[in-house]
Design a binder for this molecule. Sequence first.
Ligand SMILES: *[C@@H]1O[C@H](CO)[C@@H](O)[C@H](O)[C@H]1NC(C)=O
Ligand SMILES: *[C@@H]1O[C@H](CO)[C@@H](O)[C@H](O)[C@H]1NC(C)=O
Ligand SMILES: *[C@@H]1O[C@H](CO)[C@@H](O)[C@H](O)[C@H]1NC(C)=O
Ligand SMILES: *[C@@H]1O[C@H](CO)[C@@H](O)[C@H](O)[C@H]1NC(C)=O
Length: 510
Amino acid sequence: MDPTVGKHGSLRNVLVRLLLFGVFVVIFRFAYVITIAGENCNVGDFCFFSSPTKINAAVAGSGPGSGALSVRSSAELSTPENQSSKEWITGVRFYSSIFQNMIATGDLSRNAKSLCVNTPTGRDVYALKEIGVEDTVGIAKKAVKSLVKSGEGHWIPFGNNTFDFVFSGEGGLERSMRPSEFASEIARTLKPKGFAVFHVNAKDSYSYNSFVDLFKFCCEVVKFHDIHGFDSSMPLIREIFMKKIGYRETDSELFDLNRDQKCSVPDYKRELVKNAEELIEEEPLKPWITLKKNVKNIKYAPSMVDISFKNRYVYVDVGARSYGSSIGSWFKKQYPKQNKTFHVYAIEADKTFHQEYATKKGITLLPYAAWVRNESLVFEINNDPGDKKKEKAGRGMGRIQPLDSQGGAGGGIQTTQGFDFAEWLKKTVSMNDFVVMKMDVEGTEFDLIPRLFETGAICLIDEIFLECHYNRWQRCCPGQRSPKYEKTYDQCLQLFSSLRQSGVLVHQWF
Ligand SMILES: *[C@@H]1O[C@H](CO)[C@@H](O)[C@H](O)[C@H]1NC(C)=O
Ligand SMILES: *[C@@H]1O[C@H](CO)[C@@H](O)[C@H](O)[C@H]1NC(C)=O
Ligand SMILES: *[C@@H]1O[C@H](CO)[C@@H](O)[C@H](O)[C@H]1NC(C)=O
Ligand SMILES: *[C@@H]1O[C@H](CO)[C@@H](O)[C@H](O)[C@H]1NC(C)=O
C-alpha cells in the first residue's frame, strides 16, 4: 500500500469532516441570527445582510487618536448610509477633538451622562461615544437610529436632573424660535453643578451678554473661548461653558428685591449709546426739514450689534395713529430687523384709527391712552392747519389731561381710558426680550419718560424713537412759535441727554 495514498485519504476525510462541521455551524448560526437576534445584525455577529463596516473604517482611520475604541463602538452603532459623507467625517473628527480637549482639561468625564441637543446628524453623539463617553444620547426633530432620539431644545424628553453634561452645537440656541424655553429645558435636565457647553455665533458683547442673560436664572459662565469651526456655516465658534448653580428669578430680582425700583442699564447696552448719532444741539430753524433729514443719520441698534439670543422681539408704538403712519411705512419697511419676527403693540386712544387694526396680523391694539396711572382722561381733537403730517394721518390729537383739569377748550373733546404704561410694559415684556419703542404723544412724553425711570421699566427698552414736542418755529408763519406746546427745545434736549446719560439708546424723531 502506498503510504502516501492512506495519508491523503485520511487527510481528505478530516477535511471533509471539517467542512461538514463548518457548514453545520454556519447553518446553525444563520438560524440563530434569523430567529433570535432578528434584524439586529451587527458587525460582531456572523450575518449575511448588513455591511456597515466600510463607513466605520473610514471614520476610525481618520478620527484623532481613536483607533481601537472606534472599531468597538462602531459595532454598537448601526449607521445609516448618510454617515459616509465627507460632512459626517469632518464633523465627527471636529467633535472628537473638542471633546477630547474637555476630557484633558477635566471639564468632561468619561462617566458623564451626556446629552447633545438639536443634533440632526448625531455627529457629536457619535464622537462622544467614540472617545469613551458611552452614556450619551442626542435629540433632534427627526430621530437618527441608535444615536438621536426625537425631541427638541424647547422640549427635552428626559426627567429633571438627568445629565452631567449637555452639549448644544452648530448654533442650535440662536436658531431656536424659543430660546428661553430652550434655556429652561437645559437647566431642568442638567444635574446641579452639571456643565452645559454651547457653540454659538456670539459676535459682539451685546449678543454674548444677551446669551448670558438667557441663563441668568440658573447658571453661570465658567469660561469661554473662540475656536475655528469645521464648515462655512460657522467659521468662528464661541465655545461657552456654563455651570448649573440653582434657580433665581431675574426680573423679580430686578424689580422687587430692589425696594426703590431703580434699575441701571447694563454696560453692554451703554456701548450702543457711545456709537449713536449725535444729538442736534442747536434748535433747528426749520424743524420740519432738519428733523426729517436726521432720520438718515440714525444708527439703529440692529445695525450696530447682533440681536440674536433674545427671547421675543417687540415693537411698541405709543401714539400709533393709523397703521400707515409709522408701523407700515417705517417700522415694517425700514427698521433693520435681522430677519426676526417682531410682535407689534399699537397704543392709540383715538377711535378713528381703531378699525383698520382689526384685520392686521401680528399687531395688538391697545385702544387707550398711555399714561402714568389708570384713570379717565380727556383729550382734544385738533385740526392744526400748519401741520401737514398730522392732517395726512387723520386728525391731530391734543395733549391728554386728567378729567378734572379739563380747561373747557370747547369743540372736539373726547374722553378715554388712560393706563399706567410703565406697569403695563413691565407685565408685558421681560429683560430677555428685544424691545423697540416709538413715542409720539403730544407732550405727554414729559410725564411718561420720568415714570419709566421711576418704575425701572426703562431698562426693558433697547431702543427709543422719541418725538419731543416743544414750541417750535412754524412752517406756516415765519417768526412765530407754535402755541400748542409750552416746553422749549432746550427742555427737549435735556430729556434726550438724560436718557442717553442713563445708557438708553434714544433717537430724535420728528
Ligand atoms: C442626511 O442627513 C440630512 C440632515 O443632515 C438629512 O436631511 C438627510 O435626509 C439625510 N439623508 C439620508 C439618506 O438619511
Ligand atoms: C422639574 O423641574 C421643573 C422646573 O424646575 C419643575 O417645575 C417640575 O415640577 C419638576 N418636576 C418634577 C417631577 O420634579
Ligand atoms: C435673512 O434671510 C434671508 C433669506 O432667508 C437671507 O438671505 C439673509 O442673509 C438673512 N439676513 C440676515 C441679516 O440674517
Ligand atoms: C390698571 O389697569 C390694568 C388693566 O385693567 C390692571 O391690570 C392694573 O392692575 C391696573 N393698575 C392699577 C395700579 O390699578
